[in-house]
Design a protein around this ligand. Structure first.
Ligand SMILES: *[C@@H]1O[C@H](CO)[C@@H](O)[C@H](O)[C@H]1NC(C)=O
Ligand SMILES: *[C@@H]1O[C@H](CO)[C@@H](O)[C@H](O)[C@H]1NC(C)=O
Ligand SMILES: *[C@@H]1O[C@H](CO)[C@@H](O)[C@H](O)[C@H]1NC(C)=O
Ligand SMILES: *[C@@H]1O[C@H](CO)[C@@H](O)[C@H](O)[C@H]1NC(C)=O
Ligand SMILES: *[C@@H]1O[C@H](CO)[C@@H](O)[C@H](O)[C@H]1NC(C)=O
Length: 195
């Protein structure tokens, strides 16, 4: 009897660990490294750390996908001459893919960088020691989304204002909702196992 309830407890714990590890499966070490570096840079300037914004990350993924087959040159990425940034004709589609629109992304900053093999130190300096540093040292930015494809790293900064929030409020409630469903699911699985 005692051992069978122990077994049930173990099964419930196993289920929980499988469910929770599911959310950590995606390995984003390059992005996480860069985020740490950027936030270290912010801290050194006495600015608040940037917090992850899921929708900005989604858009960064879409944009990295557009860039990925372009080679690095001395006029791409962080070396782009301001005003000559590539415009994607399908930008509205990219936004829509992430449930975004222009009115809530206008004040954000989209910063693509191209670094062969994404060498971490070069990636970081391509953001902190280029024209992009003027964005990274700006206190108006509070959120960040990062994604990479091949040699391209795309960083998107978001603001606290409605025009640059990437509807962070909405995504926060989505996270709440999904973590609620997830807890409910765990409770149910636990109940079934214990009965
Ligand atoms: C950050 O704050 C500390 C303590 O308030 C101050 O000594 C330092 O000069 C500040 N650094 C910058 C870059 O503002
Ligand atoms: C970029 O590279 C081209 C050819 O490789 C060179 O002519 C040009 O001067 C370079 N521009 C800069 C800004 O380094
Ligand atoms: C953009 O999205 C926000 C939030 O989803 C919505 O409130 C707003 O009406 C949308 N604006 C346009 C122009 O579609
Ligand atoms: C950015 O990365 C390129 C490699 O693509 C490198 O040559 C360049 O020095 C880097 N720029 C900065 C400012 O770190
Ligand atoms: C922020 O970066 C810009 C551009 O690099 C620079 O002109 C400005 O002095 C920087 N401000 C701070 C507080 O570091």
């Amino acid at each position: 009897m005692a051992s069978s309830s122990t077994l049930h407890l173990l099964l419930a714990l196993l289920t929980l660990s499988i469910l929770s590890s599911n959310r950590l499966v995606k390995c984003d070490s390059e992005e996480d490294n860069l985020l740490q570096g950027i936030n270290g840079y912010r801290t050194s300037l006495n600015l608040t750390a940037l917090t992850k914004n899921d929708k900005a990350e989604c858009l960064a993924e879409e944009i990295a996908d557009q860039f990925k087959n372009q080679p690095c040159t001395n006029t791409t990425g962080a070396d782009t001459v301001p005003g000559t940034e590539p415009q994607f004709s399908n930008y509205p589609t990219l936004l829509a893919n992430c449930h975004l629109n222009v009115s809530i992304t206008r004040d954000g900053a989209i910063m693509p960088a191209c670094v062969p093999n994404l060498v971490p130190t070069l990636v970081l300096s391509n953001f902190t020691q280029s024209q992009y540093s003027g964005n990274l040292n700006d206190s108006k930015y509070t959120g960040i989304g990062i994604s990479s494809e091949k040699d391209w790293m795309v960083v998107i900064l978001t603001t606290n204002t409605p025009e640059g929030s990437y509807s962070a409020v909405q995504s926060a409630s989505l996270i709440l909702k999904s973590s609620f469903i997830y807890q409910l699911l765990f409770l149910l699985v636990g109940l079934v196992l214990l009965l």
